[in-house]
Structure formats: C-alpha cells, structure tokens
Design a protein around this ligand. Structure first.
Ligand code: FES
Length: 185
C-alpha cells in the first residue's frame, strides 16, 4: 500500500466514524424522547384531568333553603345558601355562596338576591316601611324589588326558585353590577 493509498483510507474512515457518532447521538435522542414521552404524557394527563372535566359544583345547582311552611308569612325571609365547592384539586364542604330574600308574591313564592345591583352591598328589609333598602348609598326597592329611589341602575335580581315535595330550593347566581340589564357573571 502506497502512502497515497493509506492517506485515502484514513480520510475515508473519518466520515464513517462521524456518521456512526451522529447516528448514535440521534438514536439516543429519539430513545430519550420516547422515554420522556412515556413518563410525561401520562403524568401530565393525570395532573390536568380535573381541568378537563366539569368538577365545579354549586353555582348551577338548586340549593335547598328550607320547607315551604317557613315562607308562608307575609314578610320576606332571608335565607343563606350553602353549597359544596369543588375546584380542580379541592373540595370544600358547605361554603356560603350567597343570600336571598324569599317571599310570597301573587300567591307564588319568589326569591331575589340580596346583592345590590349598584355596587354589590347587601340589601336589607326595612320592616317599618315595608321596603327593601341598600344602606350603602340609600337605594330603596319596593317589595316587588323595583327601584324606588337611589342609584341602583335596576331592580333587585330575581333568582330561580323551585318547590318539590314541600322543599324550597334556589338556584343562586351573581349578576353584573352597575348595569341596567341583568347579566349573569
Ligand atoms: S351598593 Fe347599593 S346603593 Fe350602592
């Protein structure tokens, strides 16, 4: 073998070694990615599972507030609504979600939110004047919930109420404040 032949063999061997090294690096990368995928994908799936299924309860459900007999009088009755709160990873039992005024109107039981549509203060019942009153900025509402005086841009927000087997339940919702229209939030 001449010096020229030896030189040509050595120079041909370099790209072969380089290709093998590159192949091994790429192969190791692919294997590593597969292993990482096998581990990460199921783990991420488990961790994010609560975010992909509807687990929040309370806001859409009808919440029992008492027996029908409790609301037979001619004065409004204030009820507090409690519900289990379930978010992605936590479950908190019986959290107060809000309050409502329940009363008879034209022979029917109705419910109105205690949240003032102006800026969200709690609306009281003024028994002396037989009206609802928000003490924050003196908005007065009639027994039907209509604005009589004050800055509230709309009447008190009605809530869905249902009676089943003498049990009264309310679907609690919150609405935008400071707007003329009643828009759920
Ligand atoms: S928050 Fe009720 S009148 Fe302002």
């Amino acid at each position: 073998m001449t010096d020229g032949d030896r030189g040509r063999d050595e120079s041909e061997a370099v790209p072969q070694d380089g290709s093998r090294r590159k192949f091994m690096v790429v192969g190791a990368g692919v294997v590593g990615a597969c292993v990482a995928g096998i581990t990460i994908v199921p783990a991420a799936s488990i961790l994010t599972h609560p975010l992909r299924v509807p687990t929040t309860s309370g806001s859409d459900a009808f919440i029992p507030v008492g027996r029908l007999a409790q609301f037979k009088g001619d004065k409004p009755v204030k009820v507090d609504l409690y519900s289990d709160k379930v978010d992605a990873w936590n479950r908190v039992v019986q959290v107060k979600v809000g309050s409502a005024w329940v009363q008879q109107r034209d022979g029917q039981l109705v419910a109105m939110s205690t949240v003032c549509p102006h800026l969200g203060c709690a609306i009281d019942y003024d028994a002396e004047n037989d009206k609802f009153l928000c003490p924050c900025h003196d908005s007065y509402f009639s027994r039907a919930g209509e604005v009589e005086t004050g800055p509230s841009p709309r009447g008190m927000d009605s809530l869905e109420l249902q009676t089943e087997d003498e049990q009264v339940a309310i679907r609690y919702q919150r609405f935008k404040q400071g707007t003329e229209d009643k828009e759920p939030v």
